[in-house]
Design a protein. Structure first.
Length: 150
């Protein structure tokens, strides 16, 4: 049986009696403050602050651009602007053709549904020669559009 009356003695570990420099203590405290500030900055950067709900709310999707309006704004009004089909947002297969005869270029657009309630914008489909039989690349179309000022 083990007696609980006798306390177990632990040997004392000898420690050197070296005084700690006050400059070292200040540097240690300063380093801890810098690390705490860096941690707080990382927290704010990642979670958007400390006094919110912690829920990150993203912005809505950007409004999609109307390609036909962008072309007209950048390169000027075409000589011919033609709609094929009914000009209503509900019409599924309406096409729009911008013809730049001075540049020997025809651009074809279709309607694209965007947003809610339905709003339609024009989406670029492709480029062709004026005869409509030969397609051209986007690089060639850009070269032709850039040759003459609007």
């Amino acid at each position: 049986m083990i007696s609980t009356d006798v306390a177990e003695e632990r040997p004392e570990i000898p420690r050197p009696n070296i005084p700690v420099s006050p400059a070292y203590q200040r540097a240690t405290i300063l380093w801890m403050a810098v690390m705490a500030a860096a941690g707080l900055g990382a927290w704010i950067w990642m979670f958007g602050g400390v006094d919110g709900t912690g829920v990150v709310i993203s912005e809505g999707p950007p409004a999609q651009a109307d390609d036909a309006a962008a072309v007209v704004a950048r390169f000027g009004a075409p000589e011919v602007d033609r709609l094929d089909g009914p000009d209503t947002p509900e019409a599924p297969n309406t096409t729009r053709t911008l013809t730049y005869t001075s540049r020997q270029l025809r651009m074809v657009f279709v309607r694209r549904a965007v947003g809610s309630p339905p709003r339609r914008v024009w989406k670029l489909v492709g480029f062709s020669e004026l005869d409509g039989q030969h397609l051209i690349t986007g690089d060639e179309a850009l070269r032709r559009l850039m040759t003459l000022p609007p």
